[in-house]
Design a protein around this ligand. Structure first.
Ligand code: SAM
Ligand code: SF4
Length: 331
C-alpha cells in the first residue's frame, strides 16, 4: 500500500509541495528589469545539471519529500535541448508539471510539450506594442510571443497565463489593454510587482507599480469581485463583474505571502534555495556527483527547509539582494 512521505515542513509549520526547477540561466531576451544589456556570464555547461540528474532529484522530491507540483523555469527554459523528453520523464514521476517561458519558440514546441504531459504555461508579455517590446526586452520578437500564446492555447495548455511586470514610465499605461487582450483571447492576465532581483542591481522602488496602484487603475474601469487566492498560490485574483475575466496580482513586495509559502527552488547548477531571496544555498550537485545516496540527499533537502526564515526582508533597511539574479535562480 502507498504511504505518503513525511511532509517537507519548516519550523513555522509551512509544508512544501511545490518545486521550481531552473533548466538554464541562459536567455534569448534581455528584459531590462531582469538582465543588463550585455555582460552577464552564463554558468559553465559542466556545472549545469544533466537531464538524468534533474530526474533523480525530482524523483527524490516526489517520492521522499511530498513534492506535488513542478514549475520549469530559467533563464529561458525552452532553450534547454530536448525539453519535451525531459518533461515526459518528469511527468512520469507523477507531479503536475508546468512551465514559465518568454514564449519565443513556443509556437514550434507547444504540441510536443502537451504530448509530453505538460499541464500549463505562463508566458511573459509586458506590452502589446512591438517597438515597446523591443525596448523592454532589447529584442524584436513580439510576433514570436503572440504565435507562442496562440499555439499553447491551441495545444490545450490551458489556462494560458500571461505574466506582465508593470514599470512606471515604461508600460503602466497598458494595464487595461493587456487585460482586454487577455480576455479577448481567453488567456488569464497576471501582473507581478517588480522585485529587487535584477542582475544589474538597478531596481528602484519608485518605479514599481504596486498592487494598490494596479487595482486603482482596474477599478476605475471595471467593478472587481475578489476571488482570493487558490491555496498557497502567490496570485490574488479578482473577477471583472458580469464577465468570466479574472485578473491576478502577485504583490511580493507590498503584500508578501511568505506566511503561506510552499515553495523550494532548484537552480540550473543544482543549488537548492529555500526562498527566492535566500542568501544561502545547499549544493545538491556536489552530493549527486559525490555518489550520495537518496537518503543523504533527502536529509540535505530537509535541512535546507528547516533553515528557512519567516519571510523576505525587501521592506527592511537590512535587505540584502541575493548574489544570484532572478534569471539564475529561476523566477
Ligand atoms: N524567461 C522566462 C520568462 O521570462 O517567463 C522564465 C524566467 S523569468 C525570470 C520568470 C518571470 O520572472 C517572468 O514572468 C519575468 O517577467 C519575471 N521577472 C524577471 N525579473 C523580475 C523582476 N525583477 N521583478 C519581478 N519579476 C521579474
Ligand atoms: Fe529572459 Fe525571462 Fe529574464 Fe526576460 S525575464 S531576460 S525572458 S529570463
Amino acid at each position: 500500500m502507498y504511504t505518503a512521505p513525511p511532509p517537507l515542513v519548516d519550523r513555522y509549520g509551512r509544508v512544501h509541495t511545490d518545486l521550481r526547477v531552473s533548466l538554464t540561466d541562459r536567455c534569448n531576451l534581455r528584459c531590462t528589469y531582469c538582465m543588463p544589456a550585455e555582460g552577464l556570464n552564463w554558468l559553465p555547461k559542466a556545472e549545469v545539471l544533466t537531464d538524468d540528474e534533474i530526474v533523480r532529484l525530482v524523483r527524490i522530491a516526489v517520492t521522499r519529500l511530498g513534492i506535488r507540483s513542478i514549475r520549469l523555469t530559467g533563464g529561458e527554459p525552452l532553450l534547454r535541448r530536448g525539453l519535451p523528453g525531459l518533461v515526459a520523464r518528469l511527468t512520469d514521476l507523477g507531479p503536475e508539471v508546468s512551465l514559465t517561458t518568454n514564449g519565443i519558440g513556443l509556437a514550434r514546441m507547444a504540441a510536443d510539450l502537451k504530448s509530453a504531459g505538460l499541464h500549463r504555461v505562463n508566458v511573459s508579455l509586458d506590452t502589446l506594442r512591438p517597438e515597446r517590446y523591443a525596448e523592454i526586452t532589447r529584442r524584436d520578437r513580439i510576433a514570436d510571443v503572440f504565435a507562442g500564446l496562440a499555439a499553447a492555447q491551441a495545444a490545450g495548455l490551458a489556462p494560458v497565463k500571461i505574466n506582465a511586470v508593470p514599470v512606471r514610465g515604461v508600460n503602466e499605461d497598458e494595464i487595461l489593454d493587456l487585460v482586454e487582450f487577455a480576455a479577448e483571447h481567453g488567456y488569464l492576465m497576471r501582473f507581478i510587482e517588480s522585485m529587487p532581483l535584477d542582475a544589474q542591481g538597478a531596481w528602484e522602488r519608485d518605479k514599481m507599480i504596486t498592487a494598490d496602484e494596479l487595482l486603482a487603475v482596474l477599478t476605475e474601469r471595471w467593478e472587481l469581485i475578489p476571488v482570493g487566492r487558490h491555496g498557497n498560490a502567490p496570485a490574488e485574483e479578482w473577477r471583472i463583474a458580469g464577465t468570466d475575466t479574472v485578473v491576478g496580482v502577485i504583490a511580493s513586495v507590498t503584500r508578501p505571502f511568505c506566511g503561506g509559502c510552499d515553495r523550494v527552488r532548484l537552480t540550473a547548477d543544482g543549488q537548492l534555495r529555500n526562498c527566492l531571496f535566500a542568501t544561502q544555498e545547499s549544493d545538491l550537485r556536489a552530493l549527486l556527483r559525490g555518489e550520495a545516496d537518496d537518503p543523504a540527499i533527502e536529509q540535505a533537502w530537509r535541512n535546507t527547509i528547516a533553515r528557512k526564515g519567516p519571510g523576505h526582508d525587501i521592506n527592511s533597511a537590512d535587505f540584502v539582494q541575493p548574489d544570484r539574479p532572478m534569471s539564475a535562480i529561476g523566477g
